[in-house]
Design a binder for this molecule. Structure first.
Ligand SMILES: [Zn+2]
Length: 401
């Protein structure tokens, strides 16, 4: 097995686990994993907010008719869970968030000056993968998707695609992710794809023009598009070189027509589908592998560990811990009872900030009457950062400056 396989590391680090009684492809998040995931969720939410998105929430189920209308029923049914019958109606676990967002667009009257309308949601979606292909966090049946849809006028579509790519590139840089390649995923043969050559040609040319204008190399691949339109897929690779899609931007003329979306004047908007970081399961799997568990401080499950040299410094260390927690840091205490300082440092070697409280810091801390909150900070590469105020450590542990 490869060193940084997320399945091994993810279990060792307490990120996630699975249980046959819950079912395969249905991992659950342990505290360290839930902490990483929440940090990433908050970051993406804030990034979207700063870029003009409005966040919504919608249910993970919908009536079968919703998916008949969206086209999923005709083109995507084999990836969907079978319907559940309740009170004479059939409900489906949603295979995507797009139909709900189309309904949200339609729920209010829209005019040209409301556009582009950028709607985002972190929501559950479901895929009826067969058990043979499931594993770890990369192939799952329940996905928490970072999704978003921009409803815009046709002449705004190219700029919105480009803005979505900017957002993706900003997020990747912050997360420490390097794309393996960009792929323009086109229509393939067969009934899986909506049969409307003119529509495909229009949406392909928008995506192709944007890619060319940005000057980044990309490959075109037939048969990898969504059923309703072409996609720009940003591919990542695992340590074994296996590729998967993380982020995506799509131009869609199909669903606006299916849901009869309009803005005042009777014009039909375009739907730009985009996911900045994809499903959180696959994203965190990739982050585990990229960082080998040594996550950037802002997303680390534990950002600071407080290490009293001996029992004499324990009360001062507890005060430092409380200050860390109050300052917003995810922090814990490693008391002397858990072994020598060296052993405790090794046990916390992935923690970005290791706060050693010796007699000098304890005396300072006492003298500061609880207001100073200083500690001798050791970084996980073994270097010493000297005495850093806890507020400053907390500031360094945020994804935005
Ligand atoms: Zn969508």
């Amino acid at each position: 097995m490869i060193m940084n396989d997320h399945r091994r590391l993810g279990r060792e680090l307490g990120i996630f686990d699975t249980d046959p009684l819950i079912g395969s492809g249905l991992p659950y998040w342990l505290p360290a994993g839930a902490a990483v995931r929440k940090a990433v969720e908050d970051y993406v939410h804030e990034l979207e907010r700063r870029n003009g998105y409005q966040h919504v929430n919608s249910p993970v189920l919908g009536k079968r008719e919703l998916y008949e209308r969206s086209g999923h029923w005709a083109h995507y049914a084999e990836d969907m869970f079978p319907p559940m019958e309740v009170g004479g109606e059939e409900f489906v676990l949603r295979p995507s968030l797009c139909p709900h967002h189309a309904i949200i667009y339609r729920s209010r009257q829209r005019s040209h000056r409301d556009l582009p309308l950028r709607v985002a949601e972190l929501g559950g979606m479901y895929r009826s993968e067969l058990s043979g292909v499931l594993g770890g966090l990369t192939r799952v049946r329940a996905i928490q998707l970072n999704d978003g849809h921009v409803f815009c006028a046709p002449e705004q579509a190219a700029a919105e695609v480009s803005a979505a790519l900017d957002l993706i590139e900003t997020a990747h840089e912050r997360l420490g992710i390097r794309a393996a390649r960009y792929r323009l995923s086109l229509r393939g043969e067969g009934a899986k794809f909506v049969d409307d050559p003119g529509m495909w040609a229009r949406s392909e040319s928008v995506l192709r023009d944007v890619l060319k204008e940005r000057g980044r190399p990309y490959d075109e691949e037939r048969g990898e598009g969504a059923f309703y339109g072409p996609k720009i897929d940003i591919q990542i690779a695992d340590p074994a070189g296996r590729e998967s899609t993380l982020s995506t931007v799509q131009v869609d003329y199909f669903q606006p027509e299916r849901f009869d979306l309009r803005y005042v004047g009777g014009e039909r908007p375009v739907m730009v589908h985009r996911s900045v970081v994809g499903g959180l399961e696959r994203l965190v799997a990739h982050l585990i592998e990229v960082h080998g568990g040594a996550f950037p401080a802002w997303m680390a499950p534990v950002q600071a560990v407080v290490l009293p040299l001996s029992d004499a410094e324990l009360p001062a260390a507890e005060r430092v811990l409380r200050r860390c927690v109050a300052a917003g840091l995810r922090a814990e205490l490693a008391p002397p009872g858990r072994g020598s300082l060296g052993a405790r440092i090794r046990a916390h070697r992935l923690v970005p900030y290791q706060l050693v409280v010796g007699p000098r810091e304890a005396a300072d801390e006492g003298a500061g009457g609880g207001a100073g909150g200083r500690a001798a900070v050791r970084l996980r590469d073994g270097s010493q950062a000297g005495e850093v105020p806890i507020e400053e450590l907390a500031a360094r542990s945020r994804p935005f400056a």
